[in-house]
Ligand binder design. Structure first.
Ligand SMILES: [Fe+2]
Length: 478
């Protein structure tokens, strides 16, 4: 409790103010909301339990739920446009509770409450005068979700892998050839993969499975050679294998934990949900790390920046991840000639996503954070409750690099189900609604690629074909 600067007494005082403000407004609260004394007694019970254990016991959680129900009822019932004083004390109370209670179950209750009142919350966020105190709660929750809390030694896991990428990308051609795999298993493919019908020279990819050198069964590898190929490690960089495996295993572990949370949340929201992702993700061997080295973009001759010397999505075009969960490391920038790590010289370079309002926005993953993206299969099996986000990677503009040739490095890990997993919506969901979520003109529509009853393998095949067609030059209308 000491490191956040708030104490249980601060929460007691906030609850007193909350009760007093609610009484002053003569709000109509539901039966059983309780009195100011009830709020205090409940908080005393929660604080006492939290002082002995991070995770609250069921009885204390019930008390916390009652406090949150009270706050939710106040937020929803006040409703008037001049109710900022009420909102302020509600969010102040939540912020202080959020800082003090560190267990996952308390965190989930806060997030649930925020979802229940999200319309109010969205309106508040658009008001400058309320931003400061609402932001405190948002950053409190974000802080609790950082990998510091759940991925020990995160930076020690991903930095060595990213640092080795420059050496890997510049191995002699003969060594790189040995890493090539006809099934795209494990290789540094520079110009070997294709974008539409053109070889992709923008980046090099080294694929590995962190969970097993020979994942799945012999039959799996024969039937789905693209999904679970054997690893090929470069003999020139012996330390790459243990570092990649340690990083990928940690990413898989975090995603498996997240999948359990997805099951929990979905069980509450959609009664017909039956994807059972927790055990599926935990047991899967379809786990593909991709160490990416984005070569410095070549400046287009005679093209000024305004004319697009580096295209909007020059390093990786706009796309959705097709599978379930993609864990992401922060990125790193290196001088391609020397391998020295350099700060990102171009504020617009790196990962961009389409926000829910349809705009492209940059995303900077903090150096101590792991990010996780939702893939399209997860969107389908959750009935659209979770939405895949279109994203791309923008190259460094040569005019920003001071003459240096700057490359970008990152290492996503794609954590998916077995290819035979059925990708189907929960019963009773509407196909139109599932497909409409997160629709963007920047990526081929999901509805053109996913048919009910398709397996994950079928869906990926259809997606690869559609993206191939999508990236071919479009015929110019006559
Ligand atoms: Fe992606």
């Amino acid at each position: 409790m000491a490191d956040c600067g708030y104490t249980a007494i601060d929460v007691s005082e906030a609850l007193l103010r909350l009760a007093s403000v609610s009484a002053g407004r003569a709000l109509t609260l539901p039966d059983g909301a309780g009195s100011a004394e009830d709020l205090q007694a409940r908080w005393q019970a929660v604080a006492a339990a939290a002082s002995t254990s991070e995770d609250l016991d069921p009885a204390s959680l019930e008390q916390l739920k009652a406090i949150f129900n009270y706050i939710e009822a106040v937020i929803i019932s006040c409703g008037a446009p001049d109710s900022f004083d009420v909102y302020e004390v509600c969010f102040e109370t939540l912020t202080k509770i959020g800082f003090i209670l560190r267990g996952m179950s308390a965190k989930e209750l806060i997030l649930r409450l925020l979802e229940d009142v999200h319309e109010v919350y969205d309106v508040l966020l658009s008001c400058v005068e309320t931003y400061e105190w609402v932001r405190a709660l948002a950053s409190c929750i974000a802080q609790k979700l950082t990998p510091r809390a759940c991925v020990p030694r995160w930076e020690e896991l991903y930095l060595p892998v990213l640092r080795l990428s420059h050496t890997l990308a510049h191995l002699p051609a003969a060594s790189l050839k040995e890493l090539e795999h006809e099934a795209m298993a494990s290789r540094l493919s520079h110009g070997k993969e294709k974008l539409g019908d053109k070889p992709d020279f923008a980046k090099g990819s080294f694929y590995f499975n962190p969970l097993s050198d020979a994942p799945g069964s012999e039959e799996d590898r024969e039937k789905f050679p693209w999904a679970m190929p054997k690893n090929i490690w470069p003999k020139e960089i012996a330390e790459l294998e243990p570092h990649c495996k340690a990083l990928g295993k940690a990413m898989h572990e975090v995603c498996a934990g997240l999948a359990v949370q997805v099951d929990k949340i979905m069980g509450d929201r959609v009664k017909t949900y039956d994807a059972d992702l927790g055990p599926t993700v935990s047991e899967t061997q379809k786990c593909k790390g991709r160490l990416l080295y984005y070569f410095p973009p070549a400046k287009a001759p005679d093209a000024g920046e305004a004319a697009g010397a580096v295209s909007e999505d020059g390093w990786i075009g706009w796309h959705n991840d097709s599978g379930f969960l993609t864990a992401l490391t922060p990125d790193m920038y290196v001088d391609d000639d020397t391998g020295a790590v350099v700060p990102n010289p171009d504020p617009d370079a790196g990962l961009w996503v389409v926000s829910r309002d349809g705009n492209a926005v940059p995303v900077k993953i903090p150096s101590d954070c792991m990010a996780i993206q939702v893939g399209e299969c997860l969107q389908v099996v959750t009935g659209g409750e979770l939405v895949a986000t279109p994203h791309c990677v923008r190259g460094c503009r040569p005019s920003h690099t001071g003459g240096r040739r700057v490359a970008r490095v990152s290492c996503p890990c794609f954590i998916d189900t077995h290819p035979s997993f059925p990708v189907r919506m929960p019963e009773g969901c509407s196909r139109e609604e599932v497909l409409a979520r997160g629709f963007s003109a920047k990526v081929p529509p999901l509805g053109e690629r996913w048919t009910e009853g398709a397996t994950f393998g079928d869906f990926l095949g259809a997606t690869f074909r559609r993206y191939y067609e999508w990236s071919l030059p479009k015929p110019v209308p006559a």
